[in-house]
Design a protein around this ligand. Structure first.
Ligand code: NAI
Ligand code: SOE
Length: 382
């Protein structure tokens, strides 16, 4: 019987549930090289911890996340807390010799992200992972495979948008609207995902941000429990245009105020021979157009990415067109993490701290570009 991977988790709300589900389900759906054991969950609210641990199958719980560092059995610590905590928690766990899987964005600030990248470089026996979960939508993983195999030729244009609409004035204050806790608003939250997807699918890196605009439309928000108001000091939207080293032009837009768009994470990539297009709100589908011999039938193909043997991760799930959802991408990622911790290759590349640091540099370049109303070369962002 292979040695189990004992996992500990910090955070027990939105991502706490998504990650608990992934660690719980991975052994049910994937023939992983090692089983996963849900060892300990840590978070702030002691009252909620015991019922949470029981519900999701964690053996232990703690209101002191630092205590995880001294549990010898624990091999991997999974960080699902607000952005300002990522650096301290990851650094502590790396120093204790743990592997770390951290939520995105890597950190709230470039300085924190750099520290995390440096610590990961030093901790040679530890692996790091960042939960850019959309890489593991089968359609996005397929786009990566097709583009890397040259099926659309050389990449010319990347057009990515992440549009949400939950951030109106009636949404109360939370850590997501505080710069000191989140780092930025829609930008770090949503542009982080689409910058990662663009880099992942094309394999190319941003060379320059040519211009950017950031806006905060809702400047103060009601405190939970209606105890007055507090200033919202993050962006509600950030748009920027960029070019990649290979020459492609790119546009990115993230907003929390695009009425009618609830989780519209979309990317279209046009190459010299074809294009791919993905929309998370129809996440099982990849649109593809490639060269055709017959102009009469030339047009976009709508590919249902659920066919075992043909589409990434499809073997683990259901028969053709028995579609999967949001949570499955986290389980797909957990399966790849288990592979890497067993010295096997993930199905498609996993982002580590080094990789997520490159995304963070792009985010920083866009923020500086918006603030200074100027173009920023990535080589200027260290
Ligand atoms: P949340 O507010 O729902 O949960 C945060 C959790 O952190 C809570 O359990 C809270 O108790 C815990 N926490 C806060 N301060 C703490 C402290 N000092 N010590 C220990 N625990 C503490 O936040 P959510 O939505 O789960 O976001 C967490 C992270 O996940 C963020 O970095 C966010 O950007 C990322 N995220 C990623 C998503 C993805 O698609 N990959 C989706 C949603 C969030
Ligand atoms: C909220 O905007 C949020 O939960 C983000 O934090 C996630 O990263 C995104 O995937 C979904 O929306």
């Amino acid at each position: 019987m292979p040695r189990p991977i004992h996992v500990a988790l910090i955070g027990q709300k939105f991502m706490g549930r998504a990650h608990s589900n992934a660690w719980h389900q991975v052994g049910h759906f994937f023939d992983g090289p090692r089983p996963v054991h849900l060892h300990t969950v840590a978070a702030r609210d002691q009252g909620e911890l015991i019922p949470f641990a029981k519900r999701w199958g964690w053996d232990h719980c703690s209101d002191d996340w630092r205590s995880l560092a001294s549990i010898d059995e624990v091999e991997l610590v999974d960080v699902g807390t607000p952005n300002h905590l990522h650096a301290e928690q990851a650094l502590t766990m790396l120093a204790a010799g743990k592997h770390v899987a951290c939520e995105k964005p890597l950190a709230g600030t470039l300085a924190d992200a750099r520290q995390m990248r440096d610590a990961a470089r030093k901790a040679k026996s530890s692996k790091t992972f960042v939960w850019f979960n959309y890489r593991r939508c089968p359609a996005v993983a397929l786009a990566h495979q097709l583009v890397r195999a040259g099926k659309i030729g050389s990449v010319l244009h990347i057009r990515a948008q992440y549009l949400q609409d939950w951030g109106g004035p009636s949404t109360p204050m939370s850590w997501r609207f505080k710069k000191s806790l989140a780092g930025s608003g829609a930008h770090g939250d949503l542009n982080a995902h689409i910058v990662d997807m663009a880099r992942f699918i094309t394999g190319d890196e941003v060379h320059e941000v040519h211009g950017a605009v950031a806006r905060t439309f809702v400047k103060e928000r009601t405190l939970e429990g209606k105890r007055g108001k507090s200033r919202s000091d993050v962006d509600d939207c950030v748009l920027f245009v960029a070019s990649f080293k290979g020459g492609a032009t790119a546009s990115f837009e993230a907003t929390r105020l695009a009425c009618g768009n609830q989780n519209r994470n979309t990317i279209e990539i046009n190459g010299t021979k074809g294009s791919v297009r993905f929309d998370f709100e129809d996440m099982n589908v990849l649109h593809f157009i490639g060269p055709s011999d017959d102009p009469r039938t030339n047009g976009w193909q709508r590919i249902m990415c659920t066919s075992a043997g043909n589409h990434p991760y499809a073997d683990a799930w259901w028969p053709d067109a028995h579609v999967i959802g949001y949570e499955h991408c986290f389980t797909n990622m957990a399966a790849d993490i288990v592979k890497v911790l067993s010295r096997r290759k993930p199905l498609v590349p996993l982002p580590d701290f080094e990789d997520a640091y490159q995304t963070q540099r792009v985010l920083e370049a866009a923020l500086v570009s918006a603030r200074e109303r100027t173009a920023i070369r990535l080589s200027e962002v260290k």
